[in-house]
Design a binder for this molecule. Structure first.
Ligand SMILES: Cc1ncc(COP(=O)(O)O)c(C=O)c1O
Length: 478
């Protein structure tokens, strides 16, 4: 720091206009020093055009100067054109006086496609604003002061207790609140677990193929990933056993993206693998609450809490803006997991308490009932549109979640050509191949699209489906 500028005001607080570090040299004329400090803040863009300055009385108080000194400095800067002063709107930085801090143009964010049928996204227009707002207000009114501190790395006890009961009630999960670790969504859960397994000496993790590329990248950043094929019953246990992996990451309730539920015999094989090889199963239960065919299957964790790490998320139930997820952790992994979470980005205690309040008040269940009806209706509309306008195509996967596989008749156009043609028609949808890790698929398979029906707001959904099936029909794909 410049030695002459060794005294400065504290940042200006509320009621003092913008926060600003004014550097005033310790010696020399006070009025000139204030003028020069303001000129230089304006010149290099720290004080932008239009910014309101504190009144001369407030600034004088902050600087420990006579009010007249600051008033005279303001007058001088008004006369020079740096500031404007008008009764009622106070003293402000004059237009054109400041140089913006950066002249680099902002990179435009790509516009959302007109018909957004990308999978993995909840309908953000159905976020329960009122009940979340009530829960948050309750928290702000009632929460103890320690809710505003960082707190227990496992998360707030209130939420861990509520989640243990909730997950037991709706997913059959068996866990004590002391073994629940709250985190910022499944993405953070997987990051933390990867760290834990690496520390424990695991060197290979089996992951379903297909799966979400980002999840595979998280694990492969620290550990070797074994690609395990998924057939109609779920992850192949024969490939898993042969892979030498110590951990298997899977989506038993609703395979992502293929959309089937893991068959009972396959679940039993997977648990037998974990028992015999002392393997760990990471169960990604990302949309377990959304099953529309009255055949909900409980979590795999319920069958073997000692070997299954259960991970859930609020990203589908509420939305990804609420960065909340949870892990039901087998006791031997708890300590390293909590330690990893302690080193990682914390998860907002206020949002944790709001979720606990939302669940305890019944608002979460009510919201789920509402959105479940809506997603079910969307899935039915998709199935009807395909049946009537693409008779050779099939909607695959169980009636669940927020996405389905649209299997098209074999032959050209292929998946890449289809998604490119759809994009030109403003329909964004993913090719199944985008989730497969073999560049050449193991077996020839029909071209398939992964259609997310969660994301368009209600009024935009029918037009999106019309655009999808209309364009596919024109392309002769179905
Ligand atoms: C397969 C799968 N797992 C997990 C998640 C949740 O990830 P996160 O909680 O980090 O938003 C998603 C997307 O929402 C998903 O599609």
């Amino acid at each position: 720091m410049d030695e002459r500028l060794d005294s400065f005001t504290p940042p200006l607080g509320p009621g003092f206009g913008p926060e600003l570090l004014l550097q005033i040299p310790p010696r020399g004329g006070r009025r000139r020093a204030v003028e020069e400090a303001l000129r230089s803040a304006i010149r290099d863009g720290r004080l932008r055009a239009g910014t309101r300055l504190p009144s001369s009385r407030e600034l004088a108080e902050q600087l420990g100067l006579a009010r007249g000194t600051v008033a005279a400095a303001y007058e001088q800067l008004v006369a020079e054109g740096w500031l404007t002063s008008r009764s009622g709107s106070g003293t402000r930085v004059a237009a054109g006086a400041s140089t913006p801090a950066s002249t680099a143009p902002e990179r435009p964010v790509p516009a959302a496609p007109r018909h957004d049928l990308r999978p993995g996204q909840a309908d953000s227009s159905s976020f329960p604003r009122d009940s979340w707002g009530r829960a948050m207000r309750h928290v702000l009114r009632e929460a103890p002061a320690d809710a505003f501190a960082r707190g227990d790395a496992r998360g707030r006890l209130e939420l861990r207790t509520t989640l243990a009961a909730y997950l037991g009630r709706v997913r059959g999960v068996r866990v004590d609140p002391s073994h629940v670790v709250v985190c910022s969504g499944f993405t953070q859960a997987l990051t933390l677990l990867t760290e834990v397994f690496a520390e424990l000496g695991t060197d290979r993790v089996a992951m379903e193929n297909p799966a979400i590329g980002d999840h595979v990248r998280i694990v492969s950043s620290r550990l070797d990933v074994a690609d395990i094929a998924v057939d109609a019953d779920g992850m192949s246990c024969a490939e898993l056993s042969a892979s030498g992996a110590g951990v298997a990451v899977c989506t038993p309730a609703h395979q992502f993206p293929l959309g089937m539920s893991m068959a009972p015999a396959r679940r039993a094989d997977l648990l037998a693998w974990a028992d015999e090889d002392l393997g760990w199963i990471v169960e990604d239960d990302y949309d377990g609450e959304f099953r529309y065919d009255r055949k909900p299957v409980g979590a795999l964790q319920a069958r073997r809490p000692s070997r299954v790490v259960y991970a859930g998320s609020a990203s589908k139930s509420l939305g990804p803006a609420v960065r909340l997820g949870w892990i039901a952790c087998p006791p031997p992994l708890l300590e390293p997991l909590v330690e990893a979470k302690r080193r990682a980005q914390p998860t907002s205690p206020l949002e944790q308490l709001a979720l606990a309040r939302l669940i305890d008040s019944g608002g979460y269940d009510r919201h789920l009932r509402t959105v479940r009806r809506s997603y079910r209706h969307r899935r039915d509309l998709l199935a009807e549109a395909v049946a009537s306008r693409l008779p050779r195509a099939r909607v695959r996967g169980i009636e669940a979640g927020l996405h389905a596989i649209l299997e098209l008749p074999s032959g050209p156009p292929d998946e890449a050509a289809l998604t490119a043609a759809l994009r030109l028609a403003s329909v964004d949808v993913h090719a199944l191949g985008a989730y497969l890790r073999d560049p050449l698929d193991r077996e020839p398979r029909p071209p398939s699209l992964v259609v997310g029906y969660g994301s368009p707001p209600a009024r935009a959904y029918r037009p999106a489906i019309d655009a999808l099936v209309g364009r596919l029909s024109e392309l002769g794909a179905g």
